[in-house]
Design a protein around this ligand. Structure first.
Ligand code: IPE
Ligand code: IPE
Ligand code: MG
Length: 253
């Protein structure tokens, strides 16, 4: 008998849980985590990186194949300049401190979002981490950085329109797969599960197209507090969901 790879034995409670092939995470609540402890918001972002490092390991251990994390949105530019600069520096520091570990763990990194507005030195860091992990075959870690789903769809539309204008594509041939292939996430399966921390229940411009049939789980803890027990609880919730995709579902067959 073969073992369903989507069912992993949970190392903590030994209960079988269904594991999403593609997990999306809106890592929210760093600022509030810090303020609640009398610290500066930036300290929350530092703790948030630790929670991300831990999540990458959990995904490897539980067999998640693709992990997409929302780390800076196109709307986050409206924050104080110092906070934006701090978050940008954190990305540099994360790459510097974690690149070797990511390579060792066979993680392939992809950074999605627009490179517009980013300093050339930061773009080099992004290109470098993608290039150095391009040959890896394990977990695909997609970092949505300077990312907005509406901007992504607009960019995809421009790309497709240029193909039509150049006579390489007929307007009548544009289908869902054409749009899938023009998005930053081309080649990735759609997310099965999207988690948002910190109690907010909104999508905030994350993967709008790709989330068409994702299950959403909202948890109250702030991102820096998201640990293995939170992860397992979310997987248990996900395991109980009946994903119907417009059909009638397993319980009624
Ligand atoms: C998420 O935490 C990280 C980013 C959006 C960069 P926040 O910084 O949004 O924290 P809260 O939501 O203000 O607490
Ligand atoms: C979403 O969080 C973006 C990231 C987690 C990077 P925000 O904190 O920016 O979202 P809103 O403003 O509460 O909707
Ligand atoms: Mg927030």
């Amino acid at each position: 008998m073969s073992i369903d790879p989507a069912i992993a034995a949970d190392p903590v409670q030994h209960a079988p849980v269904r594991v999403p092939e593609h997990l999306g995470v809106i890592m929210d609540g760093n600022g509030r985590w810090a303020i609640a402890r009398g610290k500066r918001r930036t300290e929350g972002h530092i703790e948030g990186v630790k929670a991300l490092r831990n999540l990458v390991e959990l995904c490897i251990n539980y067999g998640v194949k693709h992990l997409t994390v929302f780390s800076f949105s196109s709307e986050n530019w409206t924050r104080p300049r110092e906070e934006v600069a701090f978050i940008f520096n954190l990305l540099r520091r994360f790459v510097a401190s974690d690149l070797q570990r990511l390579i060792r763990n066979n993680v392939k990194v992809r950074i999605i979002g627009t490179r517009e507005g980013l300093e050339p030195s930061l773009v080099r860091v992004i290109d470098d981490v993608e290039a150095k992990t391009a040959g890896n075959t394990g977990l695909v870690l997609v970092v949505a950085f300077n990312y907005g789903a509406k901007a992504e769809i607009a960019e995809a539309t421009r790309r497709i329109a240029r193909e039509v204008a150049a006579g390489r594509l007929s307007a009548d041939d544009i289908c869902e797969a054409t749009i899938d292939a023009a998005l930053y996430t081309a080649g990735l399966p759609d997310p099965d599960l999207i988690i948002r921390t910190s109690g907010e229940q909104r999508i905030s411009n994350f993967l709008l197209w790709q989330a068409a049939y994702a299950e959403f789980v909202f948890v109250d803890e702030h991102w820096p507090d998201f640990d293995e027990s939170s992860f397992v609880r979310v997987l248990e919730t996900f395991s109980r969901r009946d994903r119907r995709f417009g059909g009638i579902g397993t319980a009624q067959k």
